[in-house]
Design a protein around this ligand. Structure first.
Ligand code: NAI
Length: 287
């Protein structure tokens, strides 16, 4: 996208943290923003805060892990602004338990919010962006945990999924005038550690985090401490604006975890090296 002024964006998880940082940076660039979130009070407060800066913003309440609510939020966006150019699928929840501790409900919640909403976002908003012929952009929030399996398995799985989805769609949507970027933040100062505040009622009593084994508890405490020094969400929002204008495939926020990702690449390269000199036996057709 070359022009942002006057365009319309739909941002999920916009009531807090990175989503609010992105909504703010977009609004500061003249974008009209529909802010979407599950948390009513925080959403209303965030909306009021941006509206006070004279930004043209609106809000819509939705649980993005329910397709019909996301669809209704898209309809509300068109009703309010007439069209939409930018989708930021950012809502997400942390956690999901480790081996021996996860439940079906904790997988469903994490996959629903972090991954299915991103898939449905493309499905619902793609045709809306295409329909006006002015082009647009989709930003999907993954994580560094989408490039190296850094935290609990359910979270890593969803974030790898968001990276894979974004990479798969970059060429086909690019050909239709829609850029696709995946945002992989490091440690950003937000309320992600308090994600359980947004467990939907349908999972009540099924997701409580069990007593963590000491090494996991220590890792979590380390992360919580790091978050105190975390990056400003508005800084991330400003990067996202730059990425939309520059059509960046990957949006990284800092280099803290680059060695971890390099180590993963090295493991994969070692896998190739192990079999490099062999000639694979080609199979006969299975009868
Ligand atoms: P946050 O907790 O401050 O913000 C998340 C927002 O999503 C909240 O406003 C919350 O109400 C909303 N939300 C949660 N469930 C929802 C649902 N079912 N429907 C609609 N909205 C819902 O956390 P943060 O950090 O701003 O998270 C934003 C994204 O950034 C997430 O996808 C997270 O996984 C990702 N991320 C965050 C990192 C960090 O260090 N904070 C690092 C890497 C990725």
């Amino acid at each position: 996208m070359d022009v942002l002024d006057g365009r319309v964006a739909f941002v999920t998880g916009a009531a807090s943290g990175i989503g609010l940082g992105i909504a703010t940076a977009l609004a500061q660039s003249g974008v009209r923003v529909m802010m979407c979130d599950i948390e009513r009070q925080a959403l209303e407060a965030a909306h009021a805060g941006l509206a006070a800066t004279n930004a043209d913003v609106a809000h819509v309440l939705a649980d993005v892990s329910l397709k019909e609510q996301l669809k209704a939020a898209a309809d509300a966006t068109i009703a309010r602004f007439g069209k939409v150019h930018i989708l930021v699928s950012n809502a997400g929840v942390g956690g999901g338990a480790g081996y021996g501790q996860w439940t079906d409900a904790s997988w469903q919640w994490t996959i629903g919010v972090n991954l299915m909403s991103v898939i449905w976002g493309v499905e619902i908003f793609g045709p809306l962006i295409e329909s006006h012929g002015e082009g647009g952009h989709i930003v999907n929030t993954a994580s560094i945990a989408g490039l190296a399996a850094a935290v609990a398995p359910p979270y890593n799985v969803t974030k790898y999924g968001v990276v894979a989805l974004s990479e798969s769609l970059r060429a086909p949507l690019g050909a239709r005038g829609i850029g696709v970027s995946v945002l992989c933040p490091g440690v950003i100062r937000t309320r992600i550690m308090e994600s359980s505040r947004n467990v939907p009622a349908r999972f009540a009593g099924q997701i409580e985090r069990p007593e963590l084994p000491p090494e996991q508890a220590a890792l979590l405490a380390q992360f919580a401490a790091a978050m105190e020094q975390g990056i400003d969400p508005l800084y991330v929002g400003e990067l996202v604006v730059e990425a939309i204008l520059g059509d960046w495939p990957y949006i990284l926020t800092d280099t803290q975890f680059e060695p971890m990702i390099e180590a993963r690449f090295a493991e994969i390269r070692a896998g190739f090296d192990r079999i490099r000199d062999r000639t694979p036996r080609r199979g006969k057709a299975v009868p």
